[in-house]
Design a protein. Structure first.
Length: 263
């Protein structure tokens, strides 16, 4: 039996999903995709993803892998793409079909993952960004937020930024290679973007970093406070968990030449 791996680059608007992972009785990204794939391939499938997102979180480049066999390896990309687009709902987008060697895992072979958290910091209600940004009604000191973010770069114990119940008995060290707070303009609206890349992330880690940095940006805390929060290794030391709808999973990095287009 010949074997390879189909990798799907997936996007979704998270508002109507109860997260990525399948759960009984609720609508999930994995559930919708699995049903579409099982119809297209006419067999049961098991999916592996690069990082499970929570309810309400969006994605532009989630990667999902599954083993494929024999005749499936010769399926034309256009035919499989057309089937999956027809079988998936409007808030889920199959953005690309890729090929990887047998045994590839979208989760375990990932070198890094990247997120963007968007904040509309204005008294004016956001228009096009409404569904994918946190509307913070006021001004934020972006330079102070960026300064506060710098001590979080590198390998640290991020227990302070993890949902407390998820941290019990589990390793909480992660390596954040990039963390930047800056202003961006998207579709004619000015937003505050928090861009973060790391080898992996804890439950609610990016949203808690965002909530902590906003406490600095609104002037309630000094930029040096974020380093104190990190050192405390205590979730109660950090700021609030920012709303889910502001977070988007924007990318995954894999070893060079691992993924090729499915043609």
């Amino acid at each position: 039996m010949s074997e390879g791996t189909l990798v799907i680059r997936l996007g979704y608007r998270g508002a109507a999903f109860a997260g990525f992972a399948e759960q009984p009785g609720v609508r999930t990204v994995a559930g919708e995709l699995r049903r579409a794939l099982e119809t297209a391939l006419r067999r049961p499938v098991e999916l592996t993803c690069a990082g499970r997102t929570d309810a309400g979180v969006h994605a532009l480049a989630q990667h999902v892998s599954l083993p494929v066999f024999d005749d499936e390896l010769d399926l034309p990309a256009w035919r499989l793409m057309r089937s999956l687009v027809a079988l998936t709902p409007d808030d889920l987008s199959v953005r690309a079909l890729l090929r990887a060697p047998a045994g590839f895992s979208a989760r375990f072979d990932a070198l890094s993952r990247s997120y963007r958290y968007r904040i509309a910091a204005s008294e004016a209600r956001p228009v096009l960004a409404w569904d994918h940004a946190w509307w913070y009604r006021g001004a934020l000191d972006v330079e102070a937020m960026d300064a506060a973010a710098r001590p979080l770069i590198g390998e640290h114990d991020f227990k302070s930024f993890c949902k407390a119940s998820s941290a019990e008995g589990k390793p909480t060290c992660r390596n954040v290679s990039r963390l930047r707070v800056h202003r961006v303009e998207e579709a004619g609206e000015e937003l505050v973007a928090i861009d973060v890349t790391g080898n992996a992330f804890l439950h609610n880690m990016v949203r808690t970093i965002a909530g902590t940095l906003v406490e600095v940006g609104r002037g309630h805390r000094d930029p040096s406070w974020a380093a104190d929060v990190l050192a405390a290794c205590d979730r109660t030391a950090a700021g609030p968990c920012a709303p889910a709808k502001g977070l988007t999973f924007v990318g995954v990095k894999y070893p060079e030449l691992t993924l090729t287009p499915w043609e």
